[in-house]
Design a protein around this ligand. Structure first.
Ligand code: AP5
Length: 217
């Protein structure tokens, strides 16, 4: 079962993907996380991607397609994958269809996280991420029990470098330019289901589980 989570930055795709991965055995393929890991390891791909990410631009399609293709090659047969943040251009969507067909798989469905754009900036500037396990917090809506310490693994909570107001603006404009047409691409092909991701986290989780038909939290 392959599922795509698509939506603007800060709509809660990563939060929900982590719940499914921690509780229901899905593999979270977050291209943002893969790119940040490549940057941390100072790999050539990471160094190339870093310049784009730090200014809020999309990383070129050819880099993403080869990253995802390599990831899929390493997966055991029958894995349940959540594509979190990929594809986000129409070209990436076409390439993903090709990659999956070539591996005898198909996309189960595409879940579009719809949130009014005016709340996204607060979600992103207030986000804190665990530097060790990647757990996601928010200073207002989901604070950690101890300041700047992860509840799950006691790692340090950090602010992502691209969660600055000026970079957020650029990310949202990239979304409108490239990813909104990708949403339309999936809508036109009858594969898109929309959820109201402006609800609180547990209500969104319930909607996601209902969509996947895998029970209730
Ligand atoms: P990436 O890391 O994928 O960032 P993004 O798409 O901008 O998405 P975010 O991680 O910002 O948001 P999210 O929807 O996961 O929200 P989250 O759950 O964290 O990509 C980073 C960069 O990498 C890109 O800008 C680009 O440069 C590059 N890149 C990656 N993939 C690429 C691709 N395919 N092509 C080209 N370039 C690519 O939640 C956000 C906050 O809100 C958290 O604090 C959370 O606690 C809170 N929150 C979550 N849900 C709720 C809720 N229901 N109510 C209230 N608060 C909530």
């Amino acid at each position: 079962m392959n599922v795509i989570f698509i939506g603007a930055p800060g709509t809660g795709k990563g939060t929900q993907a982590k719940i499914l991965s921690n509780q229901f055995g899905f593999l979270q393929l977050s291209t943002g996380d893969l790119l940040r890991a490549a940057i941390a390891k100072e790999q050539p791909l990471g160094l190339e991607a870093k310049a784009y990410m730090n200014k809020g631009a999309l990383v070129p399609d050819n880099i993403l397609v080869s990253l995802v293709s390599g990831y899929l090659d390493g997966l055991p047969v029958g894995s349940k994958v959540i594509f979190d943040g990929f594809p986000r251009t129409v070209n990436q969507a076409v390439e993903l269809d090709r990659m999956l067909v070539g591996r005898g798989q198909k996309i189960y469905q595409v879940l579009y996280f719809n949130v009014p754009l005016n709340v996204l900036s607060d979600r992103l500037t207030g986000r804190r991420t665990c530097s060790k396990c990647g757990e996601i917090f928010h200073i207002i809506s989901k604070p950690s029990l101890k300041p700047n310490i992860c509840d799950r693994c006691s790692g340090e909570l950090v602010t992502r470098p691209d969660d600055r107001a000026d970079v957020i603006e650029k990310r949202l404009s990239e979304y409108n330019l490239n990813t909104a047409p990708t949403v339309q691409f999936y809508k036109d092909s009858g594969r898109l289901v929309e959820i109201d991701a402006g609800m609180d986290e547990s209500a969104v989780s319930k909607a996601v589980l209902k969509f996947l038909g895998i029970g209730n939290l």
